[in-house]
Design a protein around this ligand. Structure first.
Ligand SMILES: NC(=O)c1ccc[n+]([C@@H]2O[C@H](COP(=O)([O-])OP(=O)(O)OC[C@H]3O[C@@H](n4cnc5c(N)ncnc54)[C@H](O)[C@@H]3O)[C@@H](O)[C@H]2O)c1
Ligand SMILES: [Zn+2]
Length: 356
């Protein structure tokens, strides 16, 4: 049985214990009704497993929207706000977001803004949303192709992580979530990182405890710095370049689309190279990282003409303050060094090394 993890003001429960906590919470708190937000996939794959656990007399309404990042926008929010209104949601409505990061980000935002905010609970159903998106209180939607441009920081009542939902998650989505777990090891816990070095030896049973540790790490970092003034920036490791690569591949029709974690995996190799060049890590550490990450993720092909547009996209990264590109690098495995500026030449050098 995995102990619940306490975030700043809400608990994160695991597996069966989560449903007990949820039912107890529903019994002890008076809500007027319950809305469950799902996307088309979690409606099919997760809702049938979720509903039987619920013990409540409240009316339950299901709100579904089409799966996909392209629907994580304000139009979808408007539709959901309308449905909530039509179906009689009020200030004592409880919203449950059952889905991946798209559902928890969007559902958290919808709930945080409806009638100036109603309570919500996250039930993440992808690996990425379990170890990353559902923890930390960031909610929001995209604005055109600007990711997470609109949003609020607002925490749920509780998070309920049930790893059974992972059984139907596609392999590539699992690998995408795994990138964030690798990141947690690289920035915070060398021992944890080392557990991934021989991934073939891991099976699903091991995975529960790995997910647990990843949630613990993300939570510890967020607790120290909820509004991302300093240490929380560590979570951007691999993301400065990773995001730019992700956007570039998204915008280019002749490129395969990369899942978030696939882009972050490349970003982590590139930013590890930058850490090496700045003598923050040594050659052995770098080659351990590169070998491990490349053994899990397919090589991404970069042509000469791809690099400049990627560098330009970097400038648009929302994390930049005062126009400077700031990287979160690693200082040895398991330690982070934030606010590092990096010259363009070094970034080019990192791409060269990635290709080799
Ligand atoms: N708030 C944060 O701190 C934070 C952190 C990281 C990522 N995010 C956001 O999370 C989103 C990505 O999350 P994601 O990777 O979970 O994407 P997602 O929600 O789009 O899920 C990926 C795919 O899996 C499907 N799916 C979900 N659960 C399933 C299940 N149990 N079985 C089968 N299919 C299932 C979804 O319908 C979707 O097609 C991005 O929008 C990103 O910006 C937020
Ligand atoms: Zn990420």
């Amino acid at each position: 049985m995995m102990q619940s993890i306490q975030a700043n003001s809400y608990p994160i429960h695991f597996n069966e214990k989560g449903y007990e906590a949820l039912n107890l919470y529903l019994k002890e708190n008076k809500y007027s009704n319950l809305f469950i937000i799902v996307d088309s996939n979690t409606n099919e794959f997760c809702l049938p497993n979720f509903l039987p656990y619920l013990e409540t007399d409240l009316t339950i309404e299901i709100i579904e929207f089409d799966a996909g990042e392209e629907n994580k926008n304000i139009e979808t929010c408007v539709q959901i706000w309308n449905v909530l209104t039509e179906l009689g949601a009020d200030r004592k409505t409880l919203v449950i977001n059952l889905g991946g990061g798209v559902v928890t980000d969007l559902g958290g935002f919808v709930a945080s803004t409806f009638k100036r905010g109603v309570d919500f609970i996250h039930v993440p159903t992808t690996l990425l949303s379990m170890v990353d998106a559902s923890v930390g209180g960031k909610n929001g939607v995209d604005l055109g192709n600007l990711k997470n441009q609109i949003g609020v920081i607002n925490v749920p009542i509780m998070v309920l992580i049930d790893t059974q939902y992972l059984e139907t998650v596609p392999q590539n989505e699992m690998r995408s979530g795994l990138a964030e777990m690798l990141k947690h090891g690289l920035i915070y816990d060398k021992k944890y990182w080392e557990q991934f070095l021989d991934l073939k030896a891991l099976d699903f049973a091991d995975f529960d405890s790995l997910i647990y540790r990843s949630v613990e790490i993300k939570n510890e970092i967020v607790l120290q710095d909820p509004t991302e003034k300093n240490i929380r920036k560590a979570l951007n490791f691999g993301h400065t370049l990773g995001h730019a690569i992700e956007s570039y591949f998204l915008e280019n029709e002749n490129k395969t689309t990369l899942l978030h974690g696939e882009a972050i995996a490349v970003g982590m190799i590139l930013e590890s190279f930058i850490s090496l060049d700045k003598k923050l890590i040594n050659k052995e550490e770098y080659s351990e990282i590169k070998t491990c990450v490349k053994s899990i993720y397919d090589d991404i092909l970069f042509e000469e003409k791809d690099i400049q547009p990627i560098l330009e996209l970097l400038i648009h990264d929302k994390k930049n303050e005062y126009g400077n590109i700031q990287f979160a690098l690693i200082e040895g495995i398991g330690k982070i060094k934030i606010n590092q500026s990096v010259e363009n030449e070094l970034i080019l050098k990192a791409f060269e090394d990635y290709k080799s």
